[in-house]
Design a protein around this ligand. Structure first.
Ligand code: UDX
Ligand code: ADP
Length: 475
């Protein structure tokens, strides 16, 4: 049994695996970290000398990559070799919602996790600690364990068996994109679930290099898995709660910013996560709630499932109602009109567009017959094109020449000859728009729809803009 960890392998070089291992490598120079992925292009991008072109954008990440890469942090496609030499393996692969079959639309598709477990079972040597880092449904560790145990038993019948053994830990990641490096360096808590005390201690010792021991919580494996799901469900619930009230503020003469401030000053409630907006996006919230709903229904807790499902209902409703407001303000039709979209990522400081509200809102606007100029400081054109395209709808399934949206290279490029601009992501460069300049490029009635509550109304009004701001009943 290992007495200290010298070699760590992380399977999955995505938004979780990449930043988590980079921060660990920075804090633990005596350990070698091999981040492996089956995606050849992704690994090439992690190894690029152009640090502005890493596969994911995350403030502070490129500095750490520059410091650790090829010293004690390596990115490669050599999955088998790095599994074999690892004392500890983190599983950070994607866990999307199932598209077909049993539990379609709600349960997590575990095929990537399963294939990882099989690769580990085949190639691991000696004793290996397997740590699940992806957000996983409760009891996934059990599935991983049974795959690993199955192989161990089978191998033990072979004469060349090398007596491989495994212990499994759950160590959920709580980082938020856009602040991942800070979140990893100063976490609120580290959660380690498992039943093998030796393995728990070994993982804990790694975190103790930079995290206060009082913040490291150990639980049984099921509680750890469930806690991650519930933390995300509670956060998403707060957003749906404040978004539902944003609509009430608009219908009355209240202002959601003041209401959120007053409510959040109650120390029992707290001020974070009370910004109303176009709804939550990102790879976790929707997926985790759907998964929670699935699990509740599975255990016959139908009322509990219905309660949590409403968080998603409100999220969709918020996006739909923003589209209706835009159409209504533009005299009931946007057919033939041109609209600028500022921001496509699901939040600021990331190039990630998974579940971004912008996708649903843009698709609905396109369905209404307008054309869109879309600008985002970090999302690439190919990503926007692939997010919007859908072969089931003719208006979304057009060639580059025929499509009714264009990806713009700057704010000014985006607003040219448009009737309206819609702010969808809270990028800081949208906080101080040059209204005087923008106004010259737009066409009357020059509407601004601010779904993130970031623009200064008085300044914008001075230059003759019509303004709608989320949750503001006093315009
Ligand atoms: C989330 C959790 O915060 C993190 O702990 C978990 O590990 C992964 O899921 P992430 O999805 O990266 O992180 O970002 P987060 O900051 O939580 O934002 C999610 C969505 O909620 C974004 O679309 C954001 O714009 C929206 N949001 C957040 C609001 O609309 N209002 C808020 O007040 C906060
Ligand atoms: P997350 O946000 O959870 O990090 P991503 O989709 O950004 O999700 O990253 C997951 C990564 O895991 C992808 O780059 C994918 O290619 C990789 N991956 C999935 N399954 C395997 C596997 N069996 N072996 C190696 N890499 C895998």
């Amino acid at each position: 049994m290992a007495i200290s960890i010298k070699n760590i392998c992380c399977i999955g070089a995505g938004y979780v695996g990449g930043p988590s291992m980079t921060v660990m490598a920075d804090r633990c120079p005596e350990i070698t970290f091999n981040v492996v992925d089956k995606n050849i292009k992704r690994i090439e991008s992690w190894n690029t000398s152009d640090l502005n072109n890493l596969p994911i954008y995350e403030p502070g990440l490129s500095l750490l990559i520059n410091k650790c890469r090829n010293k004690n942090l390596y990115f490669s496609n050599e999955i088998e070799k790095n599994i074999s030499s690892a004392d500890m393996i983190f599983i950070s692969v994607n866990t999307p919602t199932k598209k077909t079959g049993l539990g379609a639309g709600q349960a997590i598709d575990l095929k990537w996790i399963e294939s990882c477990a099989r690769q580990i079972a085949m190639h691991a040597k000696g004793h290996t600690i397997v740590v699940e880092k992806s957000t996983l449904p409760v009891k996934t560790a059990q599935a991983i364990k049974s795959i690993l145990d199955g192989h161990t038993k089978k191998d033990s019948k072979n004469l060349d068996s090398d007596n491989k053994t495994f212990s499994i830990l759950s160590n959920p990641e709580f980082l938020a994109e856009g602040t991942a490096i800070d979140d990893l360096l100063s976490p609120d808590r580290i959660l380690i679930g498992g039943d093998d005390n030796n393995s728990i201690e070994l993982l804990k010792n790694i975190y103790l290099k930079w995290v206060d021991g009082g913040k490291i919580l150990t639980t049984d494996i099921w509680s750890s898995e469930l806690s991650k799901l519930i933390a995300n469900a509670f956060l998403a619930q707060r957003i749906s709660s404040i978004n539902s009230i944003s609509a009430l503020c608009e219908s009355t003469e209240a202002n959601i910013i003041d209401v959120a401030k007053a409510v959040g000053m109650d120390s029992r409630i707290g001020k974070n996560f009370l910004n109303s907006g176009p709804g939550f996006g990102g790879s976790c919230f929707k997926k985790d709630i759907l998964n929670l709903v699935y699990i509740c229904n599975y255990y016959g807790l139908n009322e509990v499932a219905d309660y949590w499902e409403k968080v998603i209902t409100i999220n969709n409703w918020q996006q739909n109602r923003i589209v209706s407001i835009v159409v209504n303000k533009l005299y009931g039709t946007i057919s033939g009109k041109k609209i600028a979209i500022l921001g496509f990522a699901f939040k600021a400081n990331t190039n990630d567009t998974r579940e971004s509200p912008a996708i649903n809102i843009c698709r609905q606007l396109l369905e209404e017959g307008c054309t869109l100029n879309i600008y985002d400081p970090k999302v690439k054109k190919e990503q926007i094109d692939s997010d919007l395209r859908d072969e089931n709808y003719s208006y979304l399934n057009k060639s580059d020449k025929e499509k009714t949206w264009k990806v713009s290279s700057s704010i000014i490029d985006a607003v040219k000859e448009t009737d309206a601009l819609i702010i969808l992501t809270d990028w800081s460069e949208f906080n101080n728009l040059d209204f005087q300049k923008i106004n010259k490029f737009m066409r009357p009635p020059c509407w601004i729809f601010d779904t993130r509550n970031i623009i200064n109304i008085n300044k914008a009004k001075k230059y003759g803009f019509n303004i709608w701001k989320i949750g503001n009943g006093n315009l």
